[in-house]
Write a protein that binds this ligand. Sequence first.
Ligand SMILES: NC(=O)c1ccc[n+]([C@@H]2O[C@H](COP(=O)([O-])OP(=O)(O)OC[C@H]3O[C@@H](n4cnc5c(N)ncnc54)[C@H](O)[C@@H]3O)[C@@H](O)[C@H]2O)c1
Length: 273
Amino acid sequence: MSNNLLKGKRGIITGALDENSIAWKVAEKVHEQGGTFVLTNAPIAMRMGEIKKLAEKTNSEIVPADATSTEELTTLFNKSQEILGGKIDFVLHSIGMSVNIRKNIPYTELNYDFFQKGIDVSALSLHKMLSVAMKLDAINEWGSVVALTYMAAQRTFPFYTDMADIKAMLESIARSFGYHYGVAKKVRINTVSQSPTKTTAGSGVKGFGDFYDYAEELAPLGNASAEDCANYCITLFSDLTRMVTMQNLFHDGGYSSTGISTELMQKLSLSNS
Ligand SMILES: NC(=O)c1ccc[n+]([C@@H]2O[C@H](COP(=O)([O-])OP(=O)(O)OC[C@H]3O[C@@H](n4cnc5c(N)ncnc54)[C@H](O)[C@@H]3O)[C@@H](O)[C@H]2O)c1
């Protein structure tokens, strides 16, 4: 099904590692809606070769870039404009990595080198992308940038350790840069706070499976899938949401507004009825 919501729009999509990646689904949906884009990921992620399948399927080119390197990001924005034949209209930041999580290090004993690495990869990379894009004047007026985040930025989820603090920083960068890019070029910047989703990054979090089930039972609509998230991103890239900027938008089936569900109360024998 296509409504051509993104016809004529050019973009950059980061973070498609395999077909479970949220970015993978976004790329498929953008293609369906008539948009064109360049795919990018860290050079190390290219070795798995999966992204090439997505490139073929969506008729797009790949430009590798480590999102912590301003030099590589500059090449990414320059090459993308060449390949796509004009300035960029939308960018998806779908990048997250914590060495502390990977190594199962508890929050109270974080390794600070790993913490710095996590900040650089998962939060500062958004600032670097935006700064590079602004310097090159690479994004069209009314362009839209979306970064993916998680609700641990607002509420404590102990298993999310340093990524909670890193996501809080990511959301803050989206707001702060959203002001400056909005004033300068009317470029919009938002974060989408997504439900737990079964991807490589998601499943790397200890206890993820149990928490996924818990969130599924708490949210009145259940967990939002990667496909649902991709659909939401499409609306944010489209002109239908052109006055939305500097927002953290919950896309979680109502989880963030729910205290407790009847199902969970019954499971915990808290219900008298
Ligand atoms: N899966 C979830 O439960 C969930 C929930 C909310 C938000 N998110 C966020 O969604 C985004 C995408 O994650 P995902 O769940 O699709 O997992 P994923 O593992 O498929 O994607 C993470 C991507 O980050 C890329 N990356 C890591 N280091 C990089 C670097 N230095 N330069 C460029 N790219 C780099 C990886 O190669 C990978 O493609 C992340 O920001 C994640 O925190 C995920």
